[in-house]
Design a protein around this ligand. Structure first.
Ligand code: HEC
Ligand code: HEC
Length: 194
């Protein structure tokens, strides 16, 4: 097994043992969306604190990743102050409902993406075009370029603490990260869901 296969196995087994407890309802989420829509529902909306970059697209994201991201804000593993405050105010049921709502309808492309050398490094987990085939890994296809670049920089600087992604970005230069962010953002996948 290669290093990335070992990592993959570790992630998948961790994932299986922590399946979400609450059953989500996209219908029930409609009364809760007002908490999110002012940022995630506005195309191109940018956060201004602590850094300026676009708010990530949630439409079509894997529900398990939405739950794990909210849990990471709540625990402080992801430190964004606004999202931390929001996640702290959500119940398990709210999170499950919102994850069910936002995850519906990923817009994957039908034609295979053109080959990109660097992106091959990411394919084992995120899929060849960034539409991760398993819900253990977030979709990154179609995400805002500047958000992807910010996330990669945050992993590299240790502001976002994830051992798997930290290992992935270790050998990437600023130029590599810019090129990867540009390439994955130009694939079809995630979208701004109102
Ligand atoms: C004030 C603006 C704002 C509001 C309101 C808001 N968010 Fe966010 N959200 C952000 C920003 C900015 C980020 C990216 C933070 C970072 O870099 O970690 C984010 C990140 C996320 C992520 C992680 C996405 C990823 O790709 O990793 C999820 C999931 C999320 N928000 C869900 C929600 C939900 C659900 C609500 C409503 C309950 C909500 N947010 C309300 C601004 C907002
Ligand atoms: C071994 C599996 C694996 C490989 C290979 C991998 N990733 Fe990831 N990636 C993950 C996991 C797991 C997460 C979620 C981590 C977290 O919760 O912060 C992630 C998260 C991300 C995110 C944050 C997404 C978001 O919505 O915030 C970006 C961007 C990303 N990866 C880009 C890449 C790029 C570019 C490559 C190739 C250079 C790559 N990844 C290779 C497993 C992998």
């Amino acid at each position: 097994m290669t290093r990335s296969h070992l990592l993959l196995a570790a992630v998948l087994s961790a994932f299986v043992s922590t399946s979400p407890a609450a059953q989500g309802s996209a219908e029930a989420a409609k009364t809760k969306l007002s908490m999110c829509i002012g940022c995630h529902g506005i195309p191109g909306y940018r956060t201004s604190y602590p850094d300026v970059y676009p708010v990530p697209k949630l439409g079509g994201q894997h529900p398990e990743y939405i739950l794990s991201a909210l849990a990471a804000y709540r625990s402080g593993e992801r430190s964004h102050p606004t999202m931390r405050g929001i996640a702290e105010g959500l119940s398990e049921q709210d999170m499950a409902d919102l994850a069910a709502y936002y995850s519906a309808g990923a817009q994957s492309g039908t034609t295979p993406p053109p080959a990109n050398d660097k992106a091959q490094l990411c394919a084992a987990c995120h899929g060849p075009d960034g539409n991760s085939p398993t819900s253990a890994f977030p979709r990154i296809a179609g995400q805002h370029r500047d958000y992807l670049y910010q996330a990669l920089q945050d992993y590299k600087a240790g502001r976002r603490k994830n051992p798997i992604m930290a290992a992935q970005v270790e050998s990437l230069s600023k130029q590599d990260m810019e090129a990867l962010a540009a390439w994955f953002s130009s694939q079809s996948g995630l979208y701004v869901k109102r």
